[in-house]
Design a protein around this ligand. Structure first.
Ligand code: SF4
Length: 275
């Protein structure tokens, strides 16, 4: 793993005075990214044992509230593998200090999901698995035969999508009614995508129809993800979306991003936001 910068006095990326590590490598390529040079996984310097010691030393003073890891994309699997020993050691040496991580991946979809591209799902499950604001190729297979492949953009309001008011913002933590509306919008847009392909998925028997998530569908989950999540206090998730940019927000750049209480969310099995 490479990193672009270590800030030893950072008050912008989490509560209190923090040490921040900006890792390199990011494949999200958000429009108006604040740190585009870190997209290159070889940007900056190599992260070594010496770097780890430097961070641990910077965390030692009493006035330092904790460590924040951002980037770049800390949850690119190659970065996760290097970050795990670092976060373990931070947790061990400084149990009273908090660990915050920023990720463009969604906690409950791309980070926790173990669904790789090519996964085959029945329509209802596919509607749940698709990502708000993301496009995927959906391959419709009936009785083992490929019927159509459509480009499906999920969660983007369309005048033709029934009930579309505004994009889903709070995911599973939204009130039940809002979550149901978001689901209805996704379903409506799936119908529309299928219609465009000259098919009507929902009129076909659900037992016969499956949806295969196409290549752009991504999961950041790897063999160390669960261990890494268990060490994080707060995850700020979601890509920076220029249209949702709001300078008045604390610790995040756009309204779609969520400040997730990771231990509480893992215990509850659903997304719980930091209070
Ligand atoms: S996730 Fe962060 S670093 Fe990556 S492109 Fe988006 S804003 Fe830039």
């Amino acid at each position: 793993m490479y990193y672009g910068e270590i800030k030893k006095v950072d008050i912008a990326n989490g509560p209190g005075v923090r040490v921040s590590l900006f890792v390199s490598g990011c494949t999200h390529h958000c429009v108006d990214c604040f740190n585009a040079e870190t997209w290159n996984p070889r940007f900056g310097q190599e992260f070594t044992e010496k770097t780890k010691e430097e961070i641990l030393e910077a965390l030692a003073p009493e006035h330092i509230a904790g460590l924040t890891v951002l980037g770049g994309e800390p949850f690119e699997p190659d970065n996760q593998r290097v970050l795990l020993p670092l976060l373990r050691e931070v947790r061990e040496r400084f149990p009273e200090k908090s660990i915050w991580v920023y990720s463009g991946y969604l906690f409950d979809k791309e980070i926790q999901s173990t669904l790789p591209a090519g996964t085959v799902l029945p329509p209802d499950k596919a509607v749940e698995a698709l990502l708000p604001g993301e496009g995927v190729n959906v391959l419709i297979v009936e009785s083992g035969r490929e019927r159509a492949e459509v480009w499906y953009r999920c969660g983007t309001p369309s005048p033709r999508a029934a009930g579309a008011q505004k994009p889903e913002a709070q995911g599973e933590d939204a009130p039940a009614e809002a979550a149901e509306q978001a689901r209805a919008r996704r379903r409506a847009m799936l119908h529309r995508a299928i219609d465009q392909a000259g098919d009507d998925l929902m009129s076909l028997s659900p037992e016969k129809v499956v949806i295969r998530l196409g290549a752009p569908y991504r999961s950041a989950h790897c063999e160390v993800t669960e261990d890494l999540l268990s060490l994080i206090d707060v995850l700020v998730d979601g890509k920076f979306i220029f249209m949702e940019k709001d300078l008045s927000l604390q610790f995040r750049g756009s309204r779609n991003q969520r400040l997730i209480d990771v231990p509480a969310s893992l215990a509850a099995g659903k997304v719980l936001l930091r209070q």
